[in-house]
Design a protein around this ligand. Structure first.
Ligand SMILES: NC(=O)c1ccc[n+]([C@@H]2O[C@H](COP(=O)([O-])OP(=O)(O)OC[C@H]3O[C@@H](n4cnc5c(N)ncnc54)[C@H](OP(=O)(O)O)[C@@H]3O)[C@@H](O)[C@H]2O)c1
Length: 282
């Protein structure tokens, strides 16, 4: 049976393609998942698994009137089309979600039963997708945070600033764990190959939760930007005067107990960061 990866070109889709070279990877031009007609007429024959790595991920863009519509179409409505196709053609649907479906007021790692409380339009659209994918009889909902892969992400932004000799001001009160796209892809592959029970799984890297400022410092240290300083700032101060910016959760740590119980222990984010910085050219 064939495996299809949706959202080709994105960070997670790139990592999935590396470990599943036999899978068929579709870009938005091949299949726009927010088009009901496109999903319904697609030839799903012989497809056993669809991994949906496609999403509208522009968190601030989703706050605009146009972006909100695009976010809801790609992140929520699309899941009703994919879930219908999954049930009609009997394939397993893997969908990926975000800790932005929560408000970040938790004080300890959030498990898979944590109730929705999104702060932003992006978070709300992702929560809509989470609810809708449960319509698929055979589904995995994989919830993650702070993704770093081949593409635009925080670590690359920090590398770029350091190389330009800029000391960045970074929020120091948002706490979470990075998730490297290769580890996320391996965890998804594990769920599929081990036939783990269908349902929701948190999947991030392991390791000590830290702030974005601490992540930036780790990047600067590893890249020897020794003459530069990472300046701490609160989220409230960082976004003051930016009313168009989406609200961010302050606490993003997801409990990994359930995925670990299936036999998958994600690597420590610091080890994946070291590898990523080695592999990522200046
Ligand atoms: N990035 C993070 O920090 C983060 C954190 C938590 C959860 N997540 C979730 O993790 C998943 C993967 O994220 P990522 O960082 O790999 O995302 P990404 O790099 O932004 O890739 C998303 C891909 O989806 C494509 N896409 C957008 N709308 C589409 C549509 N209607 N039909 C088909 N393809 C479409 C995009 O194409 P274009 O580029 O052409 O638009 C892009 O190639 C997403 O579900 C995201 O919500 C991400």
């Amino acid at each position: 049976m064939k495996t299809i990866i949706l959202g080709a070109g994105g960070q997670l889709a790139n990592a999935l393609q590396e470990i599943m070279p036999e899978a068929i990877a579709l870009t938005i031009d091949d299949l726009d998942i927010s088009s009901r007609d496109a999903v319904m007429v697609y030839d799903w024959s012989g497809v056993g698994t669809v991994i949906n790595a496609a999403a509208y991920t522009n968190v601030d863009g989703a706050e605009t009137s146009e972006g909100r519509v695009t976010a809801w179409r790609a992140n929520a409505q699309a899941l009703s089309y994919l879930s219908q196709a999954a049930n009609k053609h009997d394939f397993t649907l893997v969908h990926v979600s975000s800790e932005y479906v929560f408000d970040g007021t938790a004080k300890s790692p959030m498990d898979e039963t944590t109730p929705f409380s999104p702060l932003s339009a992006y978070g709300a659209s992702k929560a809509g997708g989470d609810l809708t994918v449960s319509l698929a009889n055979k589904h995995y909902l994989v919830r993650t945070s702070w993704v770093v892969g081949k593409g635009n992400n925080f670590v690359r932004t920090m590398i770029g600033l350091g190389e330009r000799g800029i000391s960045p001001t970074v929020v120091s009160d948002q706490i979470g764990r990075l998730t490297f796209a290769n580890t996320l892809a391996e965890g998804i592959q594990h769920l599929l190959t081990k036939n783990a029970p269908y349902g929701t799984y948190n999947l991030t890297n392991e390791g000590e939760p830290v702030s974005w400022a601490e992540v930036a410092r780790s990047v600067f240290k590893a890249r020897s930007f020794n003459e530069l300083t990472v300046i701490d700032q609160t989220t409230a101060d960082y976004f003051a005067g930016k009313p168009e910016a989406a609200k961010r959760p302050l606490y993003s740590v997801l409990s990994l107990n359930k995925i670990k119980a299936t036999g998958f222990t994600p690597r420590n984010w610091r080890d994946d960061l070291t590898d990523y910085l080695t592999e990522t050219p200046s």
